[in-house]
Ligand binder design. Sequence first.
Ligand code: SAM
Length: 272
Amino acid sequence: MATPIGNLADISERAVQILSQVDLIACEDTRHTQKLLQHLGLRKPMISVHDHNESERIEQVRQHLSEGRSIALVSDAGTPLISDPGYVLVSALRSDGFTVTPVPGPSALITALSAAGLPTDRFLYEGFLPHKAGGRRERLEAVVNETATLVFYESRHRILDTLSIMAEVLGTDRPACVARELTKTFESFYTGTLPQLLSQLSEDDNHQKGEFVVMVSGNPEPVRAGSLDTERLLRLLLDELPPKKAAAVLAEMTGTGKKEWYQQALILQGKA
Ligand code: SAM
């Protein structure tokens, strides 16, 4: 079930009712959930279900359910399974035939999109980008031709780096928005192009504090891989460049991975 992403008043009436009725609460961090229960004036037994023990907990949860106990699954904030633990458990319980009932409520990505002013008819949720710069670049290159609005989660440690790498890979013209500290005291929305967002967040250290959702408009002029005769282009590039460079140029033009083009280049040269 979903819990607030900052403002405790955002918990739904149904969520409170269910938390008070269940036998057990499976939560990411018992101390964190304890604070929510205290706020609601509830006391319940809890078990922790987090990224490092989720698989081990399945058997225990299965046992409780088989003995007729009811369990609520919550994460530290927002909706479980959305960049949070729960997928492994829910998937296993569903395969076993147990009933899993959603209790909807806040999620940072929907909250951010609902006030950003970017197109929401289609969006692609990308969650957190990888920590390493190379991995982040690769993931962004994979969505450079996506026409739907892109949505990412980011922490204060990497927000400036991420905006900077996004400007490099996704370009400097797209309308974008950063939502910070949603539903909390310092809730802020920054809008503009990626370089403009970078300068708005860089100009004051306070703008880099808290939790972030980054949204970037989709590509209005995507390059379709099928619209280019990529094999012919690769052959032409290979007449002028070594295979690695040729692959890098083609990857940049098509917004796809370098590795496949490099492999294709070796095949065309009869080296693979
Ligand atoms: N399950 C949560 C949900 O439904 O949104 C997301 C959990 S994820 C581990 C935490 C990330 O969500 C944060 O690093 C941030 O990117 C985003 N987030 C959560 N709460 C937020 C808030 N109040 N304001 C902005 N972003 C938030």
